[in-house]
Design a protein around this ligand. Structure first.
Ligand code: NAP
Ligand code: MG
Length: 501
């Protein structure tokens, strides 16, 4: 009871002090929707052709920023999946696995170049379909996706250098399933290394964000990739399950929730299928008292609030050394007040729309849980658009390590702030989670960084920065964040058999 009372007082005083002042807002700078073409209806891309679904079913994809329908897309069922796998098998046996590597590379380069040419259109569609700010899709998602194709095109005829003294052979047909938070980028992470190593692909987009993959299908057509080498399916969870359970798929690459990852692992147990799982996270972002505090605060904002917190590696647990806790929290609250929440197509927007109503409900559920657990809640006072799914940037202080908001993935713009005194204490706290995908350390001392990085159980640890990606750098998790690596040289390994091991 006492905590609840304190919460409302804190909120009131902060709101008065920092009230969102719209008179200082930038004028709207929306990207022009007309630069993107979205068809009224999309079919399945199987064997190099647009094929009507045998399921005869379609579903709508909407724009979460205004809840308007964008398009109607085909829903692939088991029979459609079977058709796609047969096309991929045929292309694998008859074309792709025997094609000289340098010829394969040319196709992958061509895809990358066409993606660059169409970057503006792809960015607009990514923002319309998924709700992410155009700044993110324009400056990060699309260029990084194209870079993955460039990067793996480069490896295609150099596998002998990637695996010295070993011979490699492709696995066959790769079944790939991706989530809604980075649709085109996740597709690039999966398709590019699979093609580079001589595999063919059946990939499924997430239900709420099918459009950029359908655009990728158009790019693949334009690149004249042989039919069946990449098959693109839209659908829902049952489409993904049909790919996982298809007997002629040799490898499953999945990115998504830990819950579905566990289902997949059970489903393929006892089969010959290889698997990589990129799952959830609850990253610790750690600020020591010797850090450059303003930079660290900006890094925290970038790490969780941009992109609505829809990032598996989001720095959603903030650990601040006790001596600077007050200062950091004050600066965070000030910065939260200045973040612009709104139209994803506006170039000034920091936080766009939450991807779906279902995800917004999850975020609200966790905000309620945090309040009930007794943590102190703070939320920006910024205005929200009347239609669409939006959430103000929020943070909790006085969070206990055992609180659910400190342990479970929220996947929204909600930060849990905790404190620590010593290095050993924060390492123990940071590792005390079922996940282990990423982490961040902010300190002036190089030795401290090396000490932390060797003791923290996370696949990626950023030092004095956060959420930085490069195609040459591997990414993946420990514990319930999954296994296997995507990106870099390591990202080739899950797609090859190593002969003469
Ligand atoms: P999700 O519910 O697990 O869905 C991921 C994909 O799996 C979607 O395409 C989904 O289809 C499909 N799917 C659902 N049920 C399935 C089943 N039984 N068998 C096979 N496929 C199935 O995850 P999400 O909510 O879309 O994405 C958010 C999660 O992804 C978060 O937990 C986040 O941390 C994680 N993530 C991890 C990484 C990483 O690299 N580690 C990167 C990005 C996201 P539908 O969407 O059509 O239902
Ligand atoms: Mg959508």
């Amino acid at each position: 009871m006492a905590a609840t009372k304190k919460n409302s007082n804190t909120k009131k005083s902060n709101t008065i002090k920092l009230k969102f002042d719209t008179s200082w807002q930038y004028a709207p700078a929306p990207e022009n929707k007309k630069s993107a073409t979205i068809n009224k209806q999309y079919e399945l891309f199987i064997n190099g052709q647009w094929q009507k679904p045998l399921s005869k079913k379609y579903f709508d994809t909407i724009n979460p920023a205004n809840e308007e329908k964008l398009s109607k897309v085909a829903w692939a069922n088991e029979v459609d999946v079977d058709k796609a796998v047969k096309a991929a098998r045929h292309a694998y046996e008859n074309i792709w696995k025997n094609m000289p590597a340098k010829e394969r590379a040319k196709y992958i380069f061509r895809i990358a170049r066409i993606m660059q040419e169409k970057a503006r259109e792809l960015a607009i569609i990514e923002s319309l379909d998924g709700g992410k700010p155009i700044r993110e899709s324009r400056d990060f998602d699309i260029p990084t996706a194209a870079n993955h194709f460039f990067y793996y095109a480069g490896w295609t005829d150099k596998l002998a250098f990637a695996f010295p003294n070993r011979q490699t052979s492709p696995l066959g047909v790769a079944g790939q399933i991706i989530p809604w938070n980075f649709p085109l980028l996740m597709a690039a992470w999966k398709i590019a290394p699979a093609l580079a190593t001589g595999n063919t692909v059946v990939i499924k987009s997430a239900e709420s964000t099918p459009l950029t993959l359908l655009k990728l299908a158009e790019i693949i057509e334009e690149a004249e990739l042989p039919p069946g080498v990449v098959n693109i399916l839209s659908g829902a969870g049952d489409t993904g399950a049909a790919i996982v359970n298809h007997p002629d798929v040799n490898k499953i690459a999945f990115t998504g929730s830990t819950e579905v990852g566990k289902i997949i692992q059970k489903a393929i147990a006892g089969t010959q299928k290889k698997v990589t799982l990129e799952l959830g996270g609850k990253a610790a972002n750690i600020i020591f008292e010797d850090a450059a505090i303003d930079q660290a605060v900006e890094g925290v904002i970038n790490g969780i609030f941009f992109n609505q917190g829809h990032v598996c590696c989001a720095g959603s647990r903030l650990y601040v050394q006790e001596s600077i806790l007050k200062e950091v929290v004050r600066k965070l609250k000030d910065r939260l007040e200045s973040l612009i929440v709104g139209d994803p197509l506006d170039k000034n927007t920091d936080i766009g729309a939450i991807n779906s109503k279902a995800q917004l409900d999850v975020i609200h559920k966790y905000i309620d849980i945090g309040k009930k657990e007794g943590a102190e809640f703070y939320q920006s006072s910024c205005p929200l658009p009347k239609k669409g799914y939006y959430c103000r940037p929020s943070l909790f202080t006085n969070v206990a390590q055992s609180n659910r908001i400190a342990q479970e993935e929220i996947f929204g713009p909600v930060l849990a702030v905790l404190s620590f005194r010593t290095v050993d204490e924060v390492i123990e706290k940071a590792n005390n989670t079922p996940y282990g995908l990423s982490a961040g350390v902010w300190t002036d001392k190089g030795a401290k960084i090396f000490n932390m990085t060797t003791k923290m159980r996370a696949g990626v640890i950023w030092a004095n920065t956060f959420n930085k990606f490069d195609p040459s750098s591997p990414f993946g998790g420990y514990k319930e964040s999954g296994f296997g690596r995507e990106g870099g040289l390591h990202g080739l390994l899950p797609y090859v058999n190593l002969v003469n091991e």
